[in-house]
Design a protein around this ligand. Structure first.
Ligand code: ATP
Ligand code: MG
Length: 754
């Protein structure tokens, strides 16, 4: 009898599926069929054991992955089954809270805030307290808030109005934030978990209800689970003790926000009776792709080696394209995409473009729009649809076309005291005189309805800028616009750094275009091209689209064709990540690269280009990860000169030297905070010293590359030195925060909620 649930599973997977009772863990590499085993197990428990699907909780990391899993399970157990408990951690918490939050005197209709909502609250608070983002950026404050909530004591205030004290500005902001949240019964993403844990800790009846309901619990992507999520899972699985976890330590990519991969690794210590199943056959990728993946990840020192093999056909060669600039790079991708779809039977939807940081989508989007390739961005807003980008483009449009749309967008933005009434009067006049808004305003500025200081200022600004069109380059013009219109100030005051970053990226793209073009670009032409980008209607109804997304979002997914773009040093590995977390950061970047490669089924392409990296302030060169793969394993397209290769390798070597160890065992050293110490050990795997600090009587691990460690020399401190010491202390505290303010923060939040 053919059996849809159990056919097509290998022995290991069958074992995983059929071991339904007790603690079970699967550790296996990418594409080895972990998620398949997990979904089959779900179906097996429902169909073979007769358990209702509402008694099985199945959690995974992103919404996308959860949706994918629901689809797979429904195919096995029927479309009409209840799969609402196949979800994310946040999704599960929302479910619990919608049922039981009234225990905390909160209404079931509580509001869930996303990052934008959080920023809106902060904006109000800044206004009330008179702060601007000069003092604190939103990113900084949101990070502070997340940190302050961690120990959950804030709940005493929120739920019982107990003991909220604060003196320093950050505490004041935090308190106000909590007040506003409470007044609106609004929960941010972190609250979802904390409120749920709080209910479980304090209302045993509810905890028991859920514990008893959830006969089986399955967790995918276990390696990226944070401590709180872990506690939640352990708590609710305590009654039936049927917990199935799967993961791959090599795919840990959220260590920067608290992932605890060691839980998966040490699961057997905590639960000695647990069963462990290892799988090492890869079903997803061709041997060519797998070789590249295996080769990269081997360079990580903090890992257990587990080589994957596959019986899939050899397949196509992996390609590396090196472009002379980012346009060439994105154009090459666009051309390959066209070739795949036009000549090789590929569908647009089978192609994914992955990148490390959101801003990279911009240049690819431009190429795709120009080449008429339909695309969609997973978990993000298209670059040219972002509010601040539209503001700037509208300004340019207003200068050239004097269109109403742009006029209305900008006349009172930033505020010039020109409200609804003003617009009404202007509309009437404009209709009567048959001229556009801008001309009407200019012609009737002495009219008493229109003669306002803000309006005069506005037309002066526009006419001044119109004069500048001919003499200035577009990028300069935009800088002047930002400055004189007050938009720049507005974004800065607003505290949302992303807006400023996006604007910077827009200006950079203009500068690059000007360099490329050699001669000045006509503003009309530029706007015509851009108008395509801002058109919301571009092939919106067509589901056949290339998928653009960050590597973080792509986790757990697979695509026949994968392009990893922007594989430049400083981007992947991210310079920021290395700066903040050194060796650990670098290893996480390597795992990210591994995740990207192992998404590919048939073909894998990696691309990067020369030019200037505005983030690192250096000229771009290929990522060290490219050099870590033996050239036997891929074919290079585009011209990469030996000079660039040498220069790239030299720079990477210099960086390694700079950041490598300077002291020997026995050396006396001076640390800015813990003072005098002696090096007692060196851990060459973790790249750190073990130092005995005399003053505190403790030994601590210190990274080889920590730059404030000095050889100890007996001196008396001058004021100047004390100042430097304080500065070093501050830096050290910053250094200890193992949280990345990476561009992907928001992505994670936006995508983990069902
Ligand atoms: P990742 O680590 O990336 O999450 P994974 O281990 O969860 O990967 P799956 O997504 O479950 O891997 O499986 C990868 C691909 O291999 C899927 O297309 C799946 O259908 C296929 N596959 C899994 N197991 C088998 C099998 N026994 N026979 C044939 N194909 C399989
Ligand atoms: Mg998986």
């Amino acid at each position: 009898m053919s059996d849809e649930i159990l056919d097509n599973l290998n022995d290991k997977q069958l074992e995983a599926v059929k071991t339904t009772e007790g603690y079970v863990r699967v550790i296996a590499g990418a594409g080895s069929g972990k998620t398949k085993a997990l979904t089959s197990r779900f179906a097996y428990i429902v169909n073979r054991l007769g358990i209702n699907s509402s008694n099985i909780l199945c959690v995974t990391f992103t919404n996308k992955a959860a949706q994918e899993m629901k689809k797979r399970v429904k195919r096995l157990i029927g479309e009409s089954s209840d799969v609402s408990l196949i979800t994310t951690y946040h999704g599960f918490c929302v479910r619990v809270l919608r049922e039981d939050i009234n225990k905390l005197q909160y209404p079931k209709s509580f509001i869930i805030m996303d990052v934008e909502d959080q920023k809106t609250i902060l904006r109000e608070i800044y206004k009330e307290l008179g702060y601007s983002n000069k003092e604190f950026t939103f990113k900084h404050v949101l990070r502070y808030i997340a940190g302050a909530k961690k120990n959950m004591t804030y709940l005493n205030y929120v739920l019982k109005s107990e003991g909220l004290k604060g003196e320093n500005p950050l505490e004041l902001i935090f308190n106000k934030y909590l007040e506003k949240q409470q007044r609106n019964f609004a929960l941010d993403f972190d609250d979802l978990i904390y409120f749920t844990l709080y209910i479980f800790f304090n209302h045993t009846d509810i905890l028991e209800k859920w514990q008893k309901k959830l006969h089986y619990i399955q967790v995918d992507e276990m390696q990226d689970t944070s401590e709180n999520q872990l506690n939640l899972i352990l708590l609710i699985s305590k009654y039936h003790e049927n917990l199935f976890i799967v993961g791959d330590p090599d795919q840990t990519i959220y260590e920067w926000r608290g992932a605890r991969p060691e839980f998966l690794v040490n699961f057997d210590k905590q639960f000695p009776n647990c069963k462990t199943i290892l799988m090492n056959q890869n079903y997803r990728s061709t041997p060519n792709i797998l070789k590249v993946g295996n080769h990269i990840i081997k360079n990580n020192k903090l890992r257990v080696d587990k080589d994957m093999f596959t019986q899939n056909q050899e397949g196509f060669e992996v390609l590396h394209f090196h472009g002379k600039n980012e346009f060439e790079e994105s154009l090459w991708i666009a051309n390959e995409v066209k070739d795949l779809t036009e000549n090789q039977n590929a569908k647009y939807s089978e192609i994914a473009i992955l990148y490390r940081a959101n801003y990279i989508s911009r240049v690819i989007e431009q190429a795709f729009i120009r080449e008429n390739i339909p695309y969609t961005i997973f978990g993000g807003i298209r670059f040219f649809e972002r509010k601040e980008i539209k503001d700037v483009i509208s300004f340019l449009r207003l200068l050239v076309f004097e269109d109403e749309f742009s006029f209305l967008r900008l006349i009172n933005h930033p505020t010039r005291g020109l409200g609804k009434k003003f617009i009404e009067s202007l509309t009437i006049l404009s209709e009567a005189q048959g001229t556009n808004f801008y001309k009407t305003l200019v012609n009737n500025i002495s009219n008493k309805e229109l003669n306002r200081p803000g309006a005069i200022q506005f037309i002066n600004l526009i006419s001044e800028l119109k004069e500048l069109i001919k003499e200035k380059s577009i990028s300069d013009l935009v800088k002047i616009i930002l400055d004189r219109s007050g938009l720049s100030k507005l974004y800065r005051m607003d505290g949302d750094e992303d807006r400023l970053d996006n604007i910077k990226e827009l200006i950079n793209s203009m500068i690059l275009m000007e360099i490329e073009n050699k001669e000045a670009i006509n503003l009309d032409e530029y706007l015509q091209e851009i108008s395509l980008y801002t058109d919301l209607d571009i092939k919106e109804d067509n589901s056949e689209k290339v998928k653009l997304m960050t590597i973080h979002i792509s986790k757990g997914l697979e695509f026949p064709y994968v392009f990893l773009s922007g594989l430049s040093e400083g981007v992947l590995p991210s310079a920021m990540s290395i700066k903040e977390r050194r060796k650990r950061g670098l290893e996480e970047e390597r795992r990210l690269t591994y995740v990207a490669i192992t998404r590919a089924e048939n073909r894998f392409y990696m691309t990067e280009s020369e030019g200037f990296n505005f983030n690192t302030g250096l000229s771009k060169y290929p990522s060290r990860f490219i050099f870590e793969i033996s050239e036997r394993f891929y074919v290079r397209k585009g011209e990469l000169s030996q000079e660039i290769i040498n220069e790239a390798k030299q720079r990477i070597r210099n960086e390694v030297l700079e950041s490598s160890e300077k002291f020997n065992i026995g050396d006396l050293v001076l640390h800015p905070v813990w003072q005098k110490g002696k090096i007692t050990q060196r851990d060459d795997i973790k790249n750190e010293y073990i130092i005995d600090f005399f003053e505190i009587g403790k030994s601590k691990p210190i990274d080889f590359s920590y730059q404030y460690l000095k050889k100890y020399v007996e001196v008396t401190m001058t004021d100047e030195m004390l100042k430097e010491k304080r500065k070093a202390e501050e830096d050290w505290i910053e250094y200890l925060k193992i949280i990345d303010d990476d561009l992907d923060n928001n992505h994670f939040f936006n995508n983990s909620l069902t």
